[in-house]
Design a protein around this ligand. Structure first.
Ligand code: NI
Length: 171
């Protein structure tokens, strides 16, 4: 089932999500399937559960946007272990549609996470995958990518979004 994406100014996006304690349940598998479906429908490379209004530490990533099943990743209770190097590139978020900004992130990110069965695994991503790890794990900690840009640019985006909200065009 495709869920609507929660947008900027919804408080669920700005608080830390809850640790997942139960694994391999029908409910969890259904939620993961829904998250992939919702991410593909929105044409994103990553989606965090708070973005569909569920404050739990779960994210899905697919840098191939549905082209390569081997690229499908489920991160539950993920933690960054190591960040190395730097990359600067355009970044956007399904929760802030219509905006993109240059964001500097680590070039290589190593994280550990649990899979749907609760097993821990470690993975290192580079470039886009490293960016996705950092972006999605930030979401689970209540942090949006605009936290990484200048206050001036961030306030400009917020002002523009507030205008859209007023006009009823922020859905
Ligand atoms: Ni995002």
């Amino acid at each position: 089932m495709v869920h609507p994406i929660v947008k900027l100014f919804d408080p669920v996006l700005e608080r830390e999500a809850e640790t997942v304690m139960e694994f391999d349940t029908l409910e969890l598998h259904k939620l993961l399937a829904d998250m992939f479906e919702s991410m593909y429908a929105a044409k994103g490379v990553g989606l965090a559960a708070p973005q569909i209004g569920i404050a739990r530490k779960i994210a899905v990533i697919d840098t191939s946007v549905g082209e390569n099943p081997a690229d499908k990743l489920v991160l539950i209770n993920p933690k960054i272990l190591r960040l190395e190097g730097k990359q600067t590139g355009e970044e956007g978020c399904l929760s802030i549609p219509g905006f993109r900004e240059q964001v500097t992130r680590a070039k290589r990110a190593t994280m550990k996470a649990q899979n749907a069965k609760g097993e821990w695994f470690e993975m290192t991503g580079e470039d886009l995958l490293a960016r996705a790890f950092q972006h999605e794990i930030d979401h689970l900690n209540g942090k949006l990518y605009i936290k990484h840009i200048s206050a001036l640019k961030r306030d400009l985006i917020k002002r523009k979004v507030k205008k859209l909200v007023k006009a009823g065009e922020w859905k």
